[in-house]
Design a protein around this ligand. Sequence first.
Ligand code: FE2
Length: 166
Amino acid sequence: MHPLLEQFTKTAHQALASSPGPAGRQQVCEALSELLRNESFIQEYVDGFTEERNKVYEDPELGFCVLVHHYAGAKSSSPHDHAHSWAIYGQARGETLMTDYSLVSPPSGDQPGKVKPIKSYSLKPGDVHLYNEGVLHAPERVDSTRLIRIEGVDMKTVKRSAFEVV
Ligand SMILES: [Fe+2]
């Protein structure tokens, strides 16, 4: 593991172990933003990934994961939350156009939940955004991007609900 990433995971562990809620996550955001502003780290480490989703760390005690993403080409994603968990998006390269949504009606059975847009904003290199439990959002990109994301738990292991925009 890159030494700066290792240092970041230790900082994140300490923050989340001592403050498990949003306050600890905010400290993780600050450490991640600092890491993303280190151009030589981005060049040496983040730029080297070719797969879309790369889990580079999973905390053995707390379960949070660090992922390096290489998203190729333009794409729009559907609104989603992170179920019972949370996520931090950190932009390393390119730009993410994010839209936040409010819940109109929750998913039930086979029926997707219904959501409406609240606001849109852009994540640029060095920008970091925390999505706490239940916060609905949809990322869009017009070109390739690279991100470092933190997931409270590995979302590959979690069943997610579907939402549609009304
Ligand atoms: Fe997300």
